[in-house]
Every structure is written in C-alpha cells, then in structure tokens.
Design a binder for this molecule. Structure first.
Ligand SMILES: [Zn+2]
Length: 503
C-alpha cells in the first residue's frame, strides 16, 4: 500500500498554474509617449508592443490640461473631466471623489476586480479580489490581501529576506534583482529617486499581479507603473543631450539608457502578463500624458514651496496645495477663496516692492498661482523679505530646488490587443476620456449617460461594440468607496519628493 502511495505521489505531475481568464486588463504606463516608443519599435526592441500596434491598435492618447497625474489618471478611470470627478491634485483623497471609477461600476455589476498601483486606492477597499495601492500617494502600507504589503516597502528589506516572498509570486529573477540592489545600495529606501527602485517596482508588481490573477479569478485587472515619468523628468538630458544644448554637463553612462531600458523592460513584463492569461483576454495600455524636453526657461532651479506658502498664509490644515508645471494650486473652502486671493495678490517683496505672485486664477474651490519669474532669476532677491499678516518672511526660507529636464506633454500613448480589437490601417487619436467607454463597450456594460468621452468604435470588432447608455449616472446607483484616507500632507509630500515626483 505504502509503496503504491509513494509511487502515486512520485508520478503526480508538478502543480502547474492554469492560465488566468481575466476578461480585460488595463495597464497604465505613466508618461508613456510615442516620442520614445516609436524609435524603439523601429529598432525592433519592443516586440510585444509591436504586436499590439500590428495586430491591434496603438496611437496618441490626448490628455487634458492640466496634465497632472492624479487628475488625469482619475479622468482615465472615470471617463469624466476633472470638474465632474473632483480630484484636483496630489493632496486630494478618495473621500473627495464625485465620480465612480470603472472598477466600482464593474464590481457593482458583479464582475471581480483586482488593482495594483492605481491612484486613490489607499487605504484599500476589501470588497475586491485584491487592491494594492499606488506606492506614491499613500499614508500607510495597507494592502488587500494584507500579506502583500511588502509591495509598499520592499526597499527596506534585508537581502536575505526576499526569498520568503516567493510564496507571494515573486520569481527567482525578481528576487535576485532585489537582492542585488539591496546588497549594492543598502540604504536605497532612503533615497527613493534611485532608478533601481523603479525597476524593482516594475518586476515586483508584475510578479504579484500575475500571481493574484492566477490565484483569484478576476474579470477586470488594473496595473500601473510610474518609472517612465520619473526618468523623463530627471534624466532626459542624459538620454537626449542633443535636445539640451543650453546645458553644460557630462552624460553619465549609467543614466544614458535608463529611459529606453525602462520601456524595453516594460515590454518584457507585458509579455509575461500576456503569457499568464488566456487568449481571450483583452489588453488596453494607456498613459496619462506624454513627455517632452523642458525649454531652458522651465528647467528652473528654484521655486516657492507650496507647503511653505500655505504655512505662511496660516492655512495649514485648511488648504491643500499642489505644485505642477509652474503653478501652485490651493484648494480651499469656498468662503475663503476671495480673502485668500486678495491676500496673495497683495504680497510684495519689502526691499524692492516687487509682486511675489504675478499670475492668479480664481475658481469656486481653488486658486492657481504662479510666482514672479524675476524672483528666480536674481539670487539677490532670494535674500529679500515679504510680509504676511504679522510675520516677516525671508524668501529664501520658502525656496526649494526644482530641476527638471523633461516635462509633461498632452500627447500620451495607448495600445490595445486581444479579441476585441481589429488590426488598424491608420493610427486613430483617442482622448483619455474615451478609455472607460472603450472598456465598458468591450465588457458589454452600458456607458454612463454623463460620461464625457465616446466609444472608439473604429478600433473594435463588431461583437465588442455595445453602445447602450445607462439610464442614470452610475453615481446615483452606486455608493462611493468607504475606506477614506487620513490626510497627512507632510508625509505624502515627503514621499513624493523622495520619489522625485515633485521638487
Ligand atoms: Zn510627471
């Protein structure tokens, strides 16, 4: 008996994973642009994306102004403009969302959901298959399931600790990469702008995503990666020195090929995701905006800290500031808008009577302000003062360094592949508003009646075109997500800064 038992055990095949039967996977690649992708496609370095462009579709995805990641990602996920979804910057949080994200709609209709790295998913909801928040904008390390929280802080692990993550789907390749990184840079967690953090995230997230999709049958999966954006902001001059003739610097070998390498590694991870899923799975890749070189006047060295300004205005805890593209956006309760507007408008440098902010825009719930460009051109002025209420403030105390070589561009990127997509002769240009309609059409779910985009029917095979509209907005039928962030502005700000996202 024992003998047969042993024999039986011996001949039992090694457990092999079946392919996941995900219906649709949305893959986010922050700042992806054809400017960098096309030459790599032409050189034959992006074989997976080439398959998308040849047998499915790819092209320009037009973003919306201002192309600030949390705002435009939320537009991608809701199919609505920012005034409808109500997310205005990095310091917004889930409780302020006024529109449902596509996964909320699909979950309401009975589909199973898993997301990794999407904006405003922290703290995670527990009603989905899995939800691992965006590592960049979070106040704690919670994930669902909770044992996947290593995804949020792996860079604090010791090299020998990685092998225990194998049971959560990490591959030997990933484990040896993470180990190597930690051996070489033991304190990498402290300086998270390091390229290795972004490559580590790329590999680790993909492993976890594949593992969870196979383990828990998921109809709709979302995964988002952010390395391409960080690299274009910080290292574009090393990749394309010929675009930066105003700069006198030495191209560093280590940094020269980061941008193409990231796209090439992304392409390989994409192939792994496809390999893990059945041939009935549909894929949509999107970026929230594109990328372009900063003109010399925008490669600024200093700017006024938005947090410092809020403190100077004695609005900390009340106002939420965001900085992007030369503007500080200050979100405020409506009743404070006028008074704050007038206060900011009145601020002048004491020594030379120069206005501190020369552009001020007023909205119902926010102000957008831009500092006087002359201030940054003159080092002398950094030592001048201004007065707010009864405090005299040294301008230099509010200045932070902000060197950027790449900046956002409205031309982002999309690609689609799978049974829903038909091969395209020409590349259609889509809007970030069209992505939710596209997803809903493929999944045979009515488009929200108040959504701002359209179904790009030209990309789809007939049986995936479903033009029905919901009778009422999904917001009136579906409750908003429950887990609300605790706001911790300084902590979020520090994270964003460490990661090189903001100056
Ligand atoms: Zn960016």
């Amino acid at each position: 008996m024992n003998f047969f038992k042993k024999l039986f055990r011996k001949e039992k095949p090694i457990v092999q994973y079946k392919k996941a039967k995900t219906k649709l996977i949305l893959i986010g690649l922050d700042a992806a642009t054809l400017t960098f992708i096309q030459p790599l496609l032409d050189e034959g370095k992006l074989l997976t994306l080439k398959k998308f462009c040849q047998d499915g579709c790819c092209g320009i995805l037009k973003s919306e102004n201002p192309a600030i990641s949390p705002i435009v990602w939320t537009t991608i996920y809701t199919g609505k403009k920012r005034d409808k979804h109500n997310i205005f910057g990095f310091y917004s949080n889930k409780s302020e969302l006024k529109a449902r994200r596509v996964w909320e709609v699909l979950h309401h209709l009975g589909l199973s959901i898993g997301t990794i790295g999407a904006f405003f998913t922290a703290p995670p909801e527990t009603i989905y298959n899995f939800m691992i928040p965006n590592i960049w904008v979070k106040v704690n390390d919670l994930t669902d399931p909770p044992e996947f929280n290593f995804a949020q802080h792996w860079f604090h692990y010791k090299p020998r600790e990685f092998k225990k993550l194998k049971k959560f789907g990490l591959t030997n390749n990933t484990i040896s990469y993470l180990k190597k990184v930690k051996r070489k840079f033991p304190h990498i967690g402290r300086k998270a702008t390091s390229p290795e953090i972004h490559f580590g995230n790329l590999y680790l997230k993909t492993d976890v995503f594949i593992h969870l999709l196979r383990k828990l049958h998921t109809d709709f999966g979302v995964i988002a990666y952010y390395g391409a954006d960080a690299f274009q902001h910080i290292f574009m001059h090393h990749y394309k020195p010929e675009w930066f003739t105003n700069l006198d610097f030495k191209v560093r070998n280590k940094l020269k090929n980061l941008i193409p390498e990231y796209y090439i590694e992304f392409d390989k991870q994409l192939a792994r995701i496809m390999e893990a899923n059945s041939e009935n799975t549909n894929y949509i890749i999107v970026s929230d905006h594109g990328s372009q070189p900063c003109p010399p006047e925008l490669q600024k060295t200093f700017r006024i800290s938005e947090i410092g300004m809020i403190k100077a205005l004695k609005l900390d805890g009340i106002a939420k500031p965001t900085y992007a593209h030369g503007f500080i956006t200050i979100e405020l309760p409506g009743e404070l808008i006028d008074a704050t507007f007038n206060k900011i408008k009145s601020i002048r440098l004491i020594e030379n009577n120069l206005e501190l902010f020369t552009v001020l825009r007023k909205f119902d719930n926010r102000l957008e302000i831009q500092h006087n460009p002359n201030i940054m051109r003159s080092k002398e002025m950094h030592n001048m003062h201004f007065q707010v209420y009864d405090s005299k403030i040294l301008l230099n105390d509010l200045l932070i360094s902000n060197q950027r070589f790449g900046m956002h561009h409205l031309n982002g990127f999309y690609a689609g592949y799978g049974p829903a997509f038909k091969p395209q002769q020409n590349r259609a240009t889509l809007s970030i508003l069209d992505i939710v309609p596209l997803i809903l059409s493929i999944l045979n779910v009515p488009i929200g009646i108040d959504m701002d985009g359209r179904i790009p029917v030209e990309l789809l095979n007939e049986n995936f075109i479903n033009t029905a509209k919901s009778k009422q907005p999904y917001e009136t039928i579906i409750q908003s997500e429950k887990n609300i962030d605790e706001r911790d502005m300084d902590k979020i700000k520090k994270q964003l800064k460490d990661l090189g996202y903001i100056g």
